[in-house]
Design a protein around this ligand. Sequence first.
Ligand code: COA
Length: 257
Amino acid sequence: MLRVEVQKPVARVILDRPGVHNAFDDELIVFLKDAFRELCTHPDVRAIILRANGKSFCAGADLNWMKRVAEYSREQNLEDARSMARMFLAIARCPKPVIARVHGAALGGGAGLVAACDIAVAMESAQFGFTEVKLGIIPAVISPFVIARIGSRAREYFLTGERFPASVALQLGLVQHVAADEAALDALIETKIAQLVTSSPSAVAAAKELFFATAEKNLESSLEIAVDAIARARASEDGQAGMKAFLLREKPPWIPQ
Ligand code: COA
């Protein structure tokens, strides 16, 4: 489900649910959060690479799990959404630099993971999208991270739910670098790591903290609003119908005939 490999000075956190394109459920969410919290304090780790096994980086939230949550009480539903928020926070606020290595699909929460990292590099062939509205739900917990990255341009992509290529992700600033193939992608990451290891670890941590204390000072309160919004959306009629339709490979009811 999740693998962590530490090879001084780098740690690799590897999403490993290839059968569902690394979609994350409640269990993977906790593993990811714990992995980042542990790596935060690892003295030998100077940079973390978030990457994935299989065809895709991450197909977002596991829709089987999201659908199931509708049976929870409102309090359980909120707590479940808060757990997801804590996972994104653990990545974004990790005092070590975090690099997303993106290939294949990075959709919904998968695109959110990209936005939560400090640096994102993608294969030219990677595909992005904030596809939640296609499923009757909304890009909620990821929204503070995505908006911090791409600003008001998120509005168009949050509403259309369209899928877009790495060239557009680059133009939006969702990713900072694009490579033609895996070798070029890894070479790019190596270049970044070579820079990062010559930066003071405590200064890097302080710079990240300062970023969140200034530019992103409302992150926690935005997340609480987002938690409430996703708890309502996934229990809603359209949310339930949309997720069910995806899993059954059917058209959701709002598609014009
Ligand atoms: N949650 C749960 N299962 C998912 C999933 C998700 N987010 N994304 C993919 N899967 C599952 C599929 O249901 C399928 O399961 P099955 O083999 O039991 O039928 C399996 O992963 C393979 O997916 P499939 O669609 O057949 O593969 P593909 O290569 O044609 O397409 C994707 C891959 C990722 C592009 C496509 O699955 C997709 O668009 N997923 C939805 C992503 C999304 O909108 N995420 C936002 C969630 S909020």
